[in-house]
Each structure stands twice: as C-alpha cells, then as structure tokens.
Design a protein around this ligand. Structure first.
Ligand SMILES: Cc1cc2nc3c(=O)[nH]c(=O)nc-3n(C[C@H](O)[C@H](O)[C@H](O)COP(=O)(O)O)c2cc1C
Ligand code: SF4
Ligand code: SF4
Length: 254
C-alpha cells in the first residue's frame, strides 16, 4: 500500500511510479479511511510533499489517526518530494510513527519543482520541465532502493531536528488564511471550494471566502484555479502557477 498526499501532483506522480514498479496500489490519504491492513511482506509507503521542513498538516493528522500493525516481514518507508530542502521531514515522519510503535525502515527524497511560489519562481516552463526531467532519474534510483528494501534516513539534505521549533512557528504563522486574496478574474466556479482538503473556503456571492483562520497551506487552491485568481502575499502572481504534467485530478472525492 502506497499512500500519498499531493496538492499539485508531484507526490501523486511519484507514488504512482512506485506503485507501478512494485506491483502495488497508490491511494490518496484523502480517499482512505485510515484502517490499514497489510498482507505478509507488503510495503507500507507514504509519499508526501515537505511543508516548512516538516510533514504537511494533512499527512501528520492521517498518520496520527490511522490504525496499522506491521510485522517484521513488512517494509515501511516514506518519500519526501521537495523543492529545496526536505529538512526534518524524514525524522518528523519517523517520530510521528514511533509514537504509535511503528518503525520506519527507510526515508527518501525526490527533488521536484518547488510549489512554494510565495518564494520560488516557477514561471519559466522550460526550467520547470528540466526539473521534472531530472526528477525521473532520482525516481528510477529510488525504485531500485525500495526493491532492495534499503533502510536508513536518506531524505537529504537534512536539517537538525531541534530547528523544527523554529520552522513550526513560521509554518503556523504562514497558515493564516488572511494571507490569501482573490483577484477580479475569479469566475465563481467553486473549484477551489471543492478541492480544498480542509474545507477552509466557501463561495459567498460567487467569490471564495476563507471561513477558517488557518488552513493546511497546501496551495492547491492557488495552483489549480482555472483563472489563477487566488494569490498569497505579493509574489505569487509573478512566480506562476504549477501543476505536475501528470496532474489529473487531486481534488477531494466528491
Ligand atoms: C506551504 C509549503 C511549504 C513548503 N516547504 C518546503 C520546504 O520546507 N522544503 C522544500 O524543499 N520544499 C517545500 N515546499 C515545496 C513542496 O514540498 C514541493 O514542491 C512538493 O513536491 C509539492 O508536492 P505536491 O505537488 O505533491 O503537492 C513547500 C510547499 C508548500 C506549499
Ligand atoms: S477556482 Fe478560481 S475562479 Fe473558481 S471560484 Fe475559486 S478563485 Fe474563483
Ligand atoms: S485554502 Fe487553499 S491552501 Fe489552504 S488548505 Fe485549502 S486548498 Fe490548501
């Protein structure tokens, strides 16, 4: 069982590549009830974006609430898809699972386009394509490592875990939905409402309104709005929208 969360398609794509190579299935945590039953020797994998050097809110909550028993014959791993530095994400996953007496065998990372566009610029399609092409090589290597059930934390470059206190604080502040605004180009289609994994948006008078003070900050709404009408802070318009080329439909099951 390969589980994933994906806002813009990177992690979904990696999860699907892994599942295909291992003759397994990739399932979104948004579509899973959290009761996981594995067969003998089956893989348990989680493929996730990195958010502020740690696990995304949605993945953390899923792992904390799921029920899973692993035997020595199973192999558990996580893969962080990241844009610049996965930081503490491998250790973070290990610690969340250890609290449930689940031992993580391997942690890995795949560098892909960084969808944190308040900072990173993804407006050049050629450069973005090059980053995705490069990722293919890492994914091939990763699959070989998973086939041999490689152990250890290989989610690099790592950051010391004690820094998580700092990044956690920044993440909490960044999650304030007051940072979003909607431009006039919005056509009131409601796609952002439907796709938000934490139901933080509502349509009021045909315009999206954030009804929660904080959201998961996955940026799915911003990157998948058909009119690019959702912005966060001052730089996102200039830095462009991003979806993995294989992105089909990451929206919540309707
Ligand atoms: C709120 C937020 C914070 C992020 N923080 C990091 C980070 O700390 N380090 C990093 O390398 N990438 C970071 N990223 C980039 C994503 O982890 C990366 O683009 C990932 O592959 C996106 O996966 P997805 O398309 O499956 O959602 C961040 C993205 C978002 C939206
Ligand atoms: S997805 Fe974009 S266009 Fe559609 S309602 Fe939301 S902001 Fe408006
Ligand atoms: S409001 Fe947008 S960024 Fe926040 S959780 Fe919902 S889809 Fe993700």
């Amino acid at each position: 069982m390969i589980l994933y969360f994906s806002a813009t398609g990177n992690s979904k794509y990696v999860a699907q590549r892994i599942a295909k190579a291992l003759d397994d299935k990739a399932v979104s945590v948004e579509h899973h009830n959290g009761n996981i039953v594995l067969s003998e020797k089956e893989y348990f994998g989680i493929v996730t974006p990195v958010h502020f050097w740690e696990l995304p809110v949605i993945v953390r909550e899923f792992l904390e609430n799921m029920t899973l028993t692993l035997s020595k014959e199973n192999y558990s791993f996580m893969v962080a898809t990241y844009g610049s530095i996965p930081g503490c994400c491998g250790t973070d996953t290990k610690k969340v699972l250890e609290k449930k007496n689940i031992f993580l065998d391997g942690a890995f990372s795949v560098k892909m386009p960084d969808n944190w566009t308040p900072f990173f610029d993804l407006s050049n399609p050629r450069k973005v394509q090059q980053q995705n092409d490069k990722a293919e090589i890492t994914i091939d290597k990763l699959i070989s490592q998973l086939k041999t059930r490689k152990t250890g934390n290989h989610a690099v470059p790592k950051a010391p875990y004690f820094l998580r206190g700092l990044t956690d604080n920044l993440f909490r502040k960044a999650r304030q939905t007051a940072n979003f605004h909607v431009e006039e180009t919005c056509i009131g289609c409601g796609i952002c409402v439907k796709r938000c994994p934490v139901q933080a948006i509502e349509l009021q008078n045909n315009k999206p309104v954030w009804i929660k003070e904080q959201c998961a900050l996955c940026l799915r709404c911003l990157h998948t709005c058909p009119k690019f009408a959702i912005q966060y802070g001052n730089n996102t318009k200039e830095h462009g929208q991003y979806k993995h080329p294989d992105f089909v439909n990451c929206e919540k099951r309707s």
